[in-house]
Design a protein around this ligand. Sequence first.
Ligand SMILES: [Zn+2]
Length: 277
Amino acid sequence: MIFDVHVHVFPPHLVANIENYLEKDPFLKLICTSPGHKYASVEDVLEEMEKSRVDISAVSGFACSDSGLCREMNDYVLQAAKTFPGKIAPMISINPHDPGMEKEVDRCVDKGAAGVGELFPWGQDFDLEGDAADKLAFLCKERNLPLLLHVNEIVGHYYPGKGEVSVKEAAAFALKHPGLKIIYAHWGGGLFFYELMPELKENLQHVYYDTAAGPFLYENSVYRAARETGTISKLLLGTDYPLIRPRRYFREMKEAELTEEELKMIQGENARALFNL
Ligand SMILES: [Zn+2]
């Protein structure tokens, strides 16, 4: 079974009026106006899944600063999951500063939400060590919802969306919330490497990493680095589609000469266990 945990859609009716929203949300504007940015609908995702033989995608909208827009994202992915059962695991978009966060999470859980994210601590301006993040962590843990968080490497080349929140904040957040299922996107900004430190391995037991945007960041041997750090069982295929298609990840994993067993774990089995599917 192939399970992609990091896919983005954007409701077509919002894309049609995107100019109206960009001025109200600087991070949304930064991402949507960056060179090469693409929008995908649920139908685009399903078509790509068919081509790439992906069985399930955990699909996120875009976590905006405006809670009304988040709600529209959520309605779109929840409806998609209902229309295409077994194909779409709906991830919900939340602004942790929204006083109505708990109500929105519960509304979405009632409609079948599979997890929360991808959220952007840097882009949405919430501190992983602050009260809003604490509340979010508590809500997710209590409802057993995996939380997909964007973090990125703190070194290397710039790209739109690359922010200041990285391994230090990610490790501290995980330590503060044991038992919360966290998926750190984009290889956790490199956090997986620190699992070579015994106390970090202990504290990050409930942390997973996805491969999203990896082809733009790392050499293929990053997969063998995961093997060496003992984190293959925590690594999840995440494509960041429509940014990159799944086939590119499959090719790079193949070139990295992973075993069949390792491929199966990364491409779906780890995610299936995490999402209880
Ligand atoms: Zn991201």
